[in-house]
Design a protein around this ligand. Structure first.
Ligand SMILES: [Zn+2]
Length: 164
């Protein structure tokens, strides 16, 4: 890699780590001529090609930031940390890219988010469901929510531990 400071094409990699949920490699390099350090990123080119098909059939490039923003809104004033939201978005993204498809419906992304949000926070889950999902999916959702309620009802009460 050509040094951005002195333009000499001789460097060594001094640090190399995965970033962006494992989809890019960040390399810290040191120029062997001027000793200055610079950073390069290696990513898969195909990554940019994922298009989201919206309800009106228009296409927009997939954006992890939008997933994060949507979950943040749903988790407003809930005990959900930024780290949890970012981890959720990265896990959603991994699922999306593992499909290897070039297009995905926005409602399908919504379902993947919902599925993961369910285990994080029930209120955020229901808020997200009400904002992002299609009306024709409401029956599925009601069924899902009933399942969540049943799971909560079957869970041992929290106070139980204190008795012993
Ligand atoms: Zn240099």
């Amino acid at each position: 890699m050509r040094c951005p400071f002195c333009d000499i094409d001789k460097d060594k990699v001094i640090d190399s780590r995965a970033t962006d949920g494992g989809r890019s490699i960040r390399r810290r390099r040191q120029c062997l001529s001027c000793n200055k350090r610079f950073t390069t990123y290696e990513t898969v080119e195909e990554k940019v090609s994922l298009q989201v098909v919206k309800k009106d059939d228009s296409r927009v490039p997939y954006s992890k930031d939008k997933v994060i923003a949507g979950v943040e809104k749903a988790a407003y004033k809930r005990p959900v940390s930024v780290d949890q939201i970012v981890a959720l978005a990265e896990s959603v993204e991994e699922d999306l890219f593992r499909r290897g498809e070039k297009e995905i419906a926005s409602t399908e992304i919504g379902l993947i988010v919902l599925n993961k949000l369910r285990t994080v926070d029930h209120v955020a889950y229901m808020r997200f469901a009400s904002v992002y999902m299609d009306v024709d999916k409401v029956d599925d959702l009601l069924e899902e929510m009933q399942q969540v309620k049943d799971e909560a009802a079957n869970a041992p009460p929290r106070e139980q531990g204190k008795l012993f």
